[in-house]
Design a protein around this ligand. Structure first.
Ligand code: NI
Length: 266
């Protein structure tokens, strides 16, 4: 059952300033332990069912589409489309409220979710990237991601790591993992990992990062799963006069067409 306990939080001025200076923020708690237990059941069910695979809503982020080996970084997109009750949670409500504080308190801020699962012992790395590299080339983005673990997230299990201040730079050149355009996961080589700041979290904590902040999670080498639920919160976007170049997305579209994969590129 979903928890009926309301859990309210706010960001301080210092936290908001930290986010704008550094491009990320870590908070100890965004929801209750009770709600995390409820979410774990839903999370496991969605991955067991490979929810929405035929619509392109379930795939392995770090292996070629359609591969038949074990999954190393499976992802579910739009879990709240399958289970609308997810939008009635403390997690969802707090993520949206705090995102409005960080994006500028705009009533038009909307949230969309995805879940990324790093299996125990062999869950793959999510290489360094900026989320903007995945998203629409037609607009100037105005968004951030709220990343919440359902399990203890340490450096060894794949907690978030960020490059402070990288949100003030440009979009880096990205390429597909293993240079294989059938692997959806992107990475950049334009990175100095010695500047990384790791943000370990207990279940129910959260990090926030801007669409342009460089981030990464290490492979899961622990005996525990690392389940993460991410909400992307976006304010109104301004249309670009000309689309920003995203050659890696074109390569992926072409490779999928060639391989006869007719799922949408999401
Ligand atoms: Ni990302």
């Amino acid at each position: 059952m979903r928890t009926d306990t309301t859990f309210e939080i706010d960001l301080t001025e210092e936290q908001i300033a930290f986010f704008h200076d550094n491009g990320f923020l870590s908070i100890e708690r965004i929801t209750t332990d009770e709600e995390i237990e409820w979410l774990k059941g839903i999370y496991n069910q969605l991955f067991d069912e490979r929810a929405g695979e035929e619509k392109g809503l379930y795939y392995d982020l770090a292996a070629p589409r359609g591969h038949d080996g074990r999954e190393v970084l499976p992802q579910v997109l739009g879990p709240d489309i399958t289970i609308p009750e997810l939008r009635e949670s403390n997690h969802y409500r707090n993520a949206l409220k705090l995102s409005k504080q960080l994006l500028g308190d705009d009533e038009k801020v909307r949230a969309g979710g995805h879940m990324i699962f790093k299996p125990a012992r062999y869950g793959a790395e999510t290489p360094w990237h900026q989320d903007e590299a995945y998203w629409s080339p037609d607009v100037y983005l105005n968004s951030l991601s709220v990343w919440m673990p359902l399990d203890e997230a340490t450096v060894e299990s794949g907690c978030m790591q960020f490059i402070p201040g990288s949100h003030k730079g440009d979009l880096c050149w990205h390429r597909h993992i293993d240079n294989d355009p059938l692997i959806h996961g992107l990475m950049t080589d334009d990175i100095d990992p010695s500047k990384a700041v790791a943000c370990p979290l207990a279940p129910g904590g959260a990090t926030f990062h801007s669409y342009r902040t460089l981030h990464h999670t290490a492979p899961n080498t622990t005996d525990n799963p690392r389940r993460a639920y991410i909400l992307v919160c976006s304010g109104p976007e301004k249309k670009r006069d000309t689309p920003a170049p995203r050659p890696w997305s074109e390569q992926e579209r072409e490779a999928m067409k060639k391989a006869g994969l007719d799922v949408p590129l999401l």
